[in-house]
Design a protein around this ligand. Structure first.
Ligand code: DSN
Length: 421
């Protein structure tokens, strides 16, 4: 059942223990309904490109300017990935070497800040990312970090509040984007604020890169100085990162990624990114991106109808954040029970959460992976019903009910094969 049976054969011979675990993970991904909004199924083509001899090659530097010989094939692969990223996201410059989202973001700090400089981002509990200056991250320790949040009544960013704070604090970098934002990000408004206070605007589009590529979320390219993204979420590529920017920042960004922060790029990942970007430029991907949003809205509507308290009241994108306080089940207990029922999601803090991040009040879920399997609104309504039964079973610790749901889930997933498996 492996995507590459010959590789699997060698692996089984050499290391049956690891081979068995990979097979078990394939089975898990096949049989369960994966609702973690930052996860997806890459295509067989991306998986193939990512598991190749390209990983045997060192390529410190950039195409045409390397510190190692033998780049006859690596240079054109990286050049293709760069060209495709530039075309897809309509940017002047792209760097496809960051190992993932956090290193990409660190490179932005290295490019533009000195330790101790003031930076501003969305707080983690409000939906921001650790690397946007949260206290436990290096970015909150090495810089003077100021956090904005969301309004309690609306669950949405209050841009007037962001403007006031930015005018008072004068940050060098202003981050927008994050990991638990169910609503459209107003890049133009953030750009106005950044301009007003002389900050560099960094749009972290990791969660929504695929939606932007497919035209299902407004683009950041006309507004942000720097765009940071991972490549494996809605964009459906391999685990990796990219930085894109206006031409004037190209040199600073490239220098920060290499030699500033990283060594040799992971060429097998670069090839996987190139393939994913090609796939993301197709009409089929545009339909996929819009279907993700349609599915998230169908699931949100179903959950709302069942009395679930959705942060901000719903979703504009791929992600739904649910406060389970009124259901009398904490997020972690619900997420662990739902996993037994074959429904995999995150426990997650909600804005103004009175509980601790390791045992918070909410759950975070999304539709990129189920949409990759070809599921639609009818399946989302069914998933909403299962989630409701699962949360009730979590409250009453009814393992038999969870097992019953798991059986029904397996029946559904059997009818919707996952890409790459
Ligand atoms: N870990 C990612 C997520 O799940 O949103 C963010 O880094």
């Amino acid at each position: 059942m492996c995507y590459n049976p010959s590789m699997h054969k060698a692996l089984t011979e050499v290391d049956p223990e690891i081979a068995r675990l990979i097979e078990a993970e394939e089975k898990r991904q096949r049989e369960k309904i994966r609702l973690i909004p930052s996860e997806n199924y890459t295509s067989a083509a991306v998986l193939e490109a990512s598991g190749t001899v390209l990983q045997n090659k060192y390529s410190e530097g950039y195409p045409g300017k390397r510190y190692y010989e033998g780049q006859q094939n690596i240079d054109p692969i990286e050049a293709l990935a760069i060209a495709r990223a530039k075309a897809l996201f309509a940017v002047d410059h792209a760097n496809v070497q960051p190992y993932s989202g956090s290193p990409a973001n660190l490179a932005v700090y290295l490019a533009f800040c000195q330790p101790g400089d003031t930076i501003m981002g969305m707080g983690l509990p409000a939906g921001g990312h650790l690397t946007h200056g949260w206290s436990v991250s290096i970015t909150g320790k090495y810089f003077r970090s100021v956090a904005y949040g969301v309004r309690k009544e609306t669950g949405r960013v209050d841009l007037d509040e962001v403007r006031e704070l930015a005018k008072k604090e004068k940050p060098k970098l202003l981050w927008c984007g994050g990991t638990a934002i169910p609503r459209t990000i107003d890049f133009a408004a953030f750009a106005d604020i950044a301009k007003e206070v002389g900050a560099i605007l960094v749009a972290d589009i990791a969660h929504i890169a695929g939606l932007i590529a497919g035209g299902a979320h407004p683009s950041a390219s006309a507004h942000a100085d720097i765009i940071s993204t991972t490549t494996h979420k809605t964009l459906r590529g391999p685990r990796g990162g990219m930085l894109m920017c206006k031409g004037q920042h190209a040199g600073a960004i490239d220098k920060a990624v290499f030699p500033g922060l990283q060594g040799g790029p992971h060429n097998q990942t670069t090839a996987g990114i190139a393939v994913a970007l090609k796939e993301a430029s197709t009409d089929a991907f545009k339909k996929y991106a819009h279907a993700i949003v349609e599915n998230a809205q169908a699931l949100a509507t179903e959950l709302s109808a069942r009395g679930y308290d959705l942060v901000s009241g719903g979703t504009d994108n791929h992600l739904i954040l649910v406060d389970l306080t009124n259901k009398e089940v904490p997020g972690k207990k619900a997420a662990q029970a739902l996993d037994k029922a074959g429904l995999v999601l995150n426990y997650n803090s909600v804005p103004f959460d009175p509980r601790k991040p390791f045992d918070p009040s909410g759950i975070r879920l999304g539709t990129p992976a189920v949409t990759s399997r070809g599921m639609g609104p009818a399946e989302m309504r069914q998933i909403g019903a299962w989630l409701d039964r699962g949360v009730q079973a979590a409250r009453t610790a009814d393992d038999a009910a969870l097992e019953k749901i798991a059986g029904e889930v397996r029946e559904l997933t059997g009818r919707f094969p996952a890409p790459g498996l």
